[in-house]
Design a protein around this ligand. Structure first.
Ligand code: GTP
Ligand code: MG
Length: 611
């Protein structure tokens, strides 16, 4: 029976009729009882859901470390292990990145063969014999004609070659003298070009091994073999532009920065091709502006670039795709393989100290498979692919049931860009993080930072940085520190810029005082290779002294260094977790990631007093 306690007009409506019969009343009461129980059940469901949501654990991990330390690769390992279906589905999207990695490796080789390496040889125009040429290339198959674009390439025998792709091009490759606007300026140092420290191939396109001369310079010889090979590899420049245009959104200002700096002629290019044009001009920029030739293509983390690629290949299985870069790679396959396996080329790279196989995105040892028309990236390929990160982004993982007791926990992993200009983006994540995974690529003891070639990756570069508790480290980008300002920036410490410096900064940061730090001493596989090649650690790290130059001794020595810093700089005592890793190695990394996950999970429970 309703008890009317309010003046609610609804009550008036719901009031039983005054002449309600006993039968009708019984039915009405039964209906009301049923409605009430349904309503109660709904309320209970909502309550339970709210309760479950409140109970749901969220663990937030932050990946830190210098550029190329392996942060994004570690994230991909997490994805591979904990969201395998999504990881597998996305493999096809990585093909473009791998193609770009291959093309860039080839470009590095061709540049090494072409450009003199000594500091006085900074201009490809410096030869008095320089003359520009134009090569007209036919439009590539299965691709709409591109506007006519010109690129310049120093072809190694004193001539500049301008390449033109476009619908107006003749159908055969031929050369003719280029107009005067591309004529090389005269250079008073031009005689210097008659000698350089690189080996030229002989006339049949092979690169004979030459024993090192007593003088590090090697006299140049005419190089028709190399010219022919390079001409056959020219389409790689075209696909480099296509790939960049595919991967970098057209509105990406930063990605095209260096292109604009090194831009050549791009008149007539449509706005959609301007990205590729200007980036190709950057390709020409490595002819005319050497300092930009190592610029990396990057993407902002998150699904953005993948979304664009996915749309581009929508409806395609990836097996019978008409993928132009793949077709061009396939077409150039034998030349690429010949180039990479040539002893003479290897010798040039050795002399130039270019060790592609130790660098990022190295795929040249597997060209047969990777250049096949039906190539589909494997898990390992995806892990080895290199795509620089800019900015920071959070990735969510629901652990699957197989993950055991932490199933239902939501893991949020933040991947960050590690190059110097990116480090200020780390700070906003510091106040809400459960653990930090810090990657230190210990193979970098004999390398310099790609963004500053005066700075050793691990130890010995001398750079000034500002670090103080009152001036948050990461909000004071080192790049902004001007030496003129130094007297005003106190306290000011002189650091050795490198992974060690970063580790010190992370350990000492007060915001992170209660955050667990997990150190991955990464790239052990490369370290091992270097040590086997006889590279002496003591040459680069003076304090290493006369310890054994083997993997065990070196890695333990480095771990102790990091551990000592952790002990000394942590504001509060905390445990030190360190692992030796090669995060591209799926077999070993799976176990390590499981340990890290368990350890972080336990600590999180402890801190939330659930354990
Ligand atoms: N051989 C080897 N290569 C590795 C290892 N870890 C990472 N790499 C490779 O090194 C390159 C750089 O790795 P990333 O994960 O992109 O580096 P990152 O720290 O994310 O770099 P940024 O995005 O620039 O900050 C990639 O090509 C990886 O495949 C390793 O342990 N061994
Ligand atoms: Mg990255």
């Amino acid at each position: 029976m309703f008890v009317q306690t309010t003046d609610d007009p609804l009550d008036e409506v719901l009031k039983p009729p005054p002449d309600e019969s006993p039968e009708h009343r019984a039915i009405r009461l039964q209906n009301e009882a049923e409605a009430k129980s349904v309503s109660l059940a709904i309320d209970a469901g909502i309550k339970a859901e709210l309760h479950a949501r409140r109970k749901k654990r969220i663990v937030r991990l932050l990946l830190l470390g210098q550029s190329e330390s392996g942060k994004s690769t570690t994230l991909r390992q997490f994805q591979r292990l904990y969201t395998p279906t999504a990881f597998r589905e996305e493999r096809i999207l990585w093909r473009a990145v791998i193609q770009l990695n291959i093309v860039r490796s080839i470009r590095t080789i061709l540049n090494a063969l072409t450009f003199p390496s000594t500091s006085r040889h900074t201009s490809p125009y410096s030869s008095p014999r320089s003359r520009a040429h134009t090569i007209f290339l036919p439009p590539l198959p299965n691709h709409p004609p591109l506007p006519s674009i010109e690129y310049e390439l120093y072809n190694g025998n004193g001539n500049d070659t301008t390449l033109t792709f476009g619908s107006s091009s003749p159908t055969s490759v031929n050369r003719h003298p280029h107009h005067h606007s591309h004529s090389p300026p005269s250079n008073p140092d031009s005689d210097a070009d008659s000698e350089s420290d690189f080996v030229y191939p002989h006339q049949h396109g092979h690169y004979p091994h030459r024993s090192p001369p007593s003088n590090p310079s090697i006299t140049l010889a005419p190089t028709p073999g190399l010219d022919a090979l390079k001409a056959r590899l020219l389409p790689l420049r075209h696909i480099e532009a296509l790939l960049i245009a595919k991967l970098v959104p057209p509105n990406e200002e930063e990605a095209t920065y260096f292109a604009r700096v090194g831009a050549g002629s791009s008149a007539g290019a449509s706005s959609s091709t301007r990205t590729s044009t200007s980036n190709l001009s950057a390709g020409s920029g490595y002819g005319t502006n050497h300092r930009y030739r190592n610029q990396e293509i990057f993407v902002r983390p998150g699904p953005g670039w993948k979304g664009g690629l996915a749309r581009a290949i929508a409806g395609n299985t990836g097996l019978e795709t008409q993928d132009e870069p793949q077709e061009v790679l396939n077409m150039c396959r034998s030349d690429i393989i010949a180039l990479w396996h040539d002893e003479g080329v290897r010798e040039v790279l050795r002399r130039r100290k270019i060790r592609l196989e130790e660098g990022s995105g190295f795929f040249l040892d597997d060209l047969e498979r990777l250049t096949s028309l039906k190539y589909m990236p494997t898990d390992d390929d995806v892990l080895k692919a290199r795509l620089k990160t800019v900015g920071a982004s959070e990735y969510k993982f629901e652990m699957e049931a197989t993950a055991g007791r932490d199933s239902g926990t939501e893991w949020r992993i933040v991947d960050t860009g590690g190059s110097r200009s990116q480090r200020p983006t780390w700070a906003p994540f510091f106040d809400d993080v459960d653990a930090i995974i810090f990657l230190a690529p210990i193979s970098g003891f004999d390398q310099v930072l790609s963004e500053d070639r005066t700075v050793n990756r691990l130890f010995d570069g001398m750079t000034v940085a500002v670090c103080s508790s009152s001036l948050p480290f990461f909000r004071a980008p080192w790049t902004l520190v001007d030496t003129k300002l130094l007297p005003f920036l106190l306290p000011c410490l002189c650091f050795h810029e490198d992974s060690i410096l970063l580790w010190k900064a992370v350990c000492s940061n007060k915001l992170l005082a209660n955050v667990d730090l997990v150190l991955l001493l990464n790239k052990c596989d490369i370290l091992e290779k270097k040590l086997k090649l006889g590279i002496q650690v003591s040459k680069y790290i003076r304090s290493y002294g006369d310890r054994k130059n083997d993997l065990d001794s070196v890695s333990k020595y480095l771990r102790n260094k990091f551990s000592a810093i952790h002990r000394q700089y942590s504001p509060n005592p905390r445990k030190f977790y360190a692992f030796f890793t090669s995060v591209t190695d799926t077999a070993t990394t799976a176990g390590i990631i499981a340990s890290v996950r368990d350890m972080v999970f336990r600590q999180t429970l402890k801190q939330s007093k659930l354990l």
